[in-house]
Design a protein around this ligand. Sequence first.
Ligand code: DP6
Length: 360
Amino acid sequence: MSEENFKANNFTNLPDIRSYTWSSPSNIALIKYWGKNKNQTPKNTSISFTLSNSRTITTLELNKKNKADNNILFDVYYKNKKIDEFRPKIDLFFRNILEHCSYLKEYSFKIITANTFPHSSGIASSASGMSALALCVMSLERDLDSTMKEEYFYKKASFLSRIGSGSACRSILGGINLWGKHTEVEKSTDLYSIKYPYEICKDFLDYNDTILLVDTEAKKVSSSDGHKLMNNHIYADKRYKTAQKNVIRLKSILKNGNLNSFTSLIEEEAMMLHALMMTSNPSYVLIKPNTLKIINSIKNYRETTKIPICFTLDAGANVHVLYPKEGEKEVESFIESELKKYCKNHLYIKDKVGFGSIQL
Ligand code: DP6
């Protein structure tokens, strides 16, 4: 499939008013997307767990304009309050998808959005937020095109989400998702994410992810700026090659369920992501002293108990603690007694691999 396949027809008989609501989850990358091309395609393949409880619920209300034009008119409400914080990213999103969804020129929009996790928790809400919005847009397109197949609906929803925020394309479907062309993964593409196509050991289907909220302030360097710093990064080529190799390593781990190899690979990926930030020009550090305390505590606990608990990080100071269902009670009392104290306001979110987006 190419971009051309995602250009919508010129529809007639557009409805005057419509409203759609979707709930879309966040995701946590196991193999990280870090570095992108100008057209918002990734420099390497990434693989993620879709989460269950960390979600954005978005309603898109559409009102037909008197005359279609390229002006993007919209208001954003977080719960009941009109806010401007998300405007620039949403404005850019609409502008960038207009060529694929020309029917949007006919409408003005009201967007009402809310997260199930604390708004300022520092959890990336762009993945859940952009995918929920893209799904609302696709619901309109599906109403206009009665011949649309379900497979196309979800592919284009992922394609549009990607244009909004790269990692968002992996938040459409549940379970494990893969985004970015890989020579050894059939049907993989830079355009949208696909459901991970190989055998998965059952341990990974309900894996736990407890998110420790170390820092809830806005990040000093945004993910988008971080991706840009990969353009002239001295380790860029090595990173992209390593990521492609790590996809293959993960493929055999997901199949054979070797949890010790899983913990090594996942932590390598997390540390490499932050090492890239620390060695970019200019360099920057997003982890905090408490991030390191948590990391060391997890490593010690794993060494003494032999329980295959591990950590991963996204582009921030918060720590995702990953562990299997078997032995979860023990790990959770360790989190309560040893890790909670390092979280801001003692806040953490219990989450796990989940089922993907749903229309409400
Ligand atoms: C570290 O998807 O937030 O979480 O495409 O610029 O919106 P943009 O970036 P974004 O980058 C996510 C980076 C990451 C790794 C990952 O999710 O794969």
